[in-house]
Design a protein around this ligand. Structure first.
Ligand code: S3P
Length: 201
């Protein structure tokens, strides 16, 4: 047979292509409000044929009211307690793509469980992009504590050093979401194919 003949992929190779970027663990998206965790997460899940879960939506259905109402009626601490319960439960589920609220990865217990059970992806975005994105919606309780730019800048200062503990960092692009999804999928493929002996170049 001619050496240049292209053969259809072996079944095993086709399976490899589908598996590329699927680490066999839940993929957890972390990042500040406006980084695009839900929009990227939903598209990424579709691409990888995994289920998508939005932790904030799960918290709302467990509480029977919106996050805004939880903050108003019960306060932030009650929200954080509910958030912890819901995310720890979701991390016991079979592998899926999980978008978390911006404060979740700051909780030491949630962070430890994510490190143990999941692959974390930090969707990094600069302040101007975040401010532009959050201005489209006005239902985020923390942004009512002052000027959104100042609130986000102060959250960035506190949270970015902790988000940096995520397994993977991807810059959230200001273009079509597919561009960022591609970056995340590429980064996940590299992550799943990395040598496991701890050496890196
Ligand atoms: C929060 C972010 C929100 C939501 C809640 C608190 C935070 O989720 O969980 O309002 O502490 O940053 P998004 O990051 O999806 O907006």
């Amino acid at each position: 047979m001619n050496a240049s003949t292209t053969l259809p992929p072996e079944p095993a190779a086709a399976a490899d292509i589908l598996q590329a970027g699927r680490p066999g663990r839940t993929i957890v998206l972390v990042g500040l409000m406006g980084a695009g965790k839900s929009s990227i997460g939903r598209r990424l899940a579709q691409r990888l044929s995994l289920a998508f879960i939005d932790a904030d939506k799960e918290i709302e259905s467990a509480a029977g009211c919106s996050i805004e109402e939880i903050f108003e009626r019960l306060g932030e601490q009650a929200f954080r307690d509910g958030e912890r319960r819901v995310i720890l439960r979701l991390l016991d589920d079979p592998p899926h793509v999980l978008a978390t609220g911006g404060g979740a990865f700051m909780d030491p217990l949630i962070r430890a469980r994510i490190k143990e059970r999941a692959v974390s992806v930090w969707l990094h975005a600069d302040l101007d992009l975040l401010v532009r994105r959050v201005s489209r919606r006005s239902n985020r309780p923390l942004l009512k504590n002052g000027n959104p730019r100042d609130v986000l800048a102060s959250l960035m200062e506190r949270r970015y050093p902790v988000y940096a503990e995520a397994d993977i960092r991807v810059d959230s692009a200001d273009g079509p979401p597919e561009q960022t999804v591609q970056r995340v999928a590429d980064a996940l493929s590299r992550f799943t194919q990395r040598p496991m002996n701890g050496t890196s170049t």
